[in-house]
Design a protein around this ligand. Structure first.
Ligand code: CTP
Ligand code: ZN
Length: 152
């Protein structure tokens, strides 16, 4: 019998493929990147079998390139994600996402009394641990941990 290889999510011509997203972070990534507000074609799959990681999610966004804030957001919930830039059907760039040592303005401070939650002050954190993520607030010194991360 002829063996058939199933194409799970079709290839795209130009744009961005975010691969190796843990299945349980898929919808966080979708909401953090505000993909519900994008008007370009988006396809995604989740709970797909992966040789490396058990199951994974994948997001393909045509004609869009992500900026460094987007990459940092992905790194917060999907530290093993791989970003592929696609041009004319070829992968022209492959980047493993990485959290920088400092992040500002992406995440809300966990402390309700922090000045960043009371006044119009942009959040600022030192990344004191990457796995699991621990963010040390520059203003109130409280630690926001991975499970409590809420993005702005
Ligand atoms: N891809 C795509 N459209 C293209 C080319 C690639 O959607 N025109 C997707 C592939 O389906 C894959 C990802 O982009 O999910 C990366 O492609 P490639 O580097 O060819 O795959 P792998 O070698 O499996 O990547 P990795 O080693 O990062 O898992
Ligand atoms: Zn704070």
């Amino acid at each position: 019998m002829k063996e058939r290889k199933e194409k799970r999510v079709s290839a795209i011509k130009n744009g961005t493929v975010i691969d190796h997203i843990p299945s349980n972070s898929m919808f966080k990534v979708i909401s953090m990147l505000n993909l519900d507000q994008i008007e370009y074609p988006i396809t995604f799959g989740t709970n797909l079998k992966s040789n490396k990681d058990g199951t994974k999610g994948i997001i393909k966004i045509s004609d869009i390139h992500l900026d460094s804030d987007d990459l940092n957001k992905i790194a917060l919930v999907a530290p093993k994600a791989v970003l592929n830039v696609i041009k004319d059907y070829e992968v022209t760039e492959k980047q493993v996402v990485d959290l920088p040592d400092k992040i500002s303005g992406i995440v809300k401070c966990v402390n309700p009394k922090c000045i960043t939650n009371v006044e119009n002050v942009k959040t600022k954190f030192n990344v004191v641990s990457k796995k699991p993520v621990h963010l040390h607030c520059h203003y109130c010194e409280k630690i926001t941990t991975q499970d409590l991360i809420q993005t702005l």
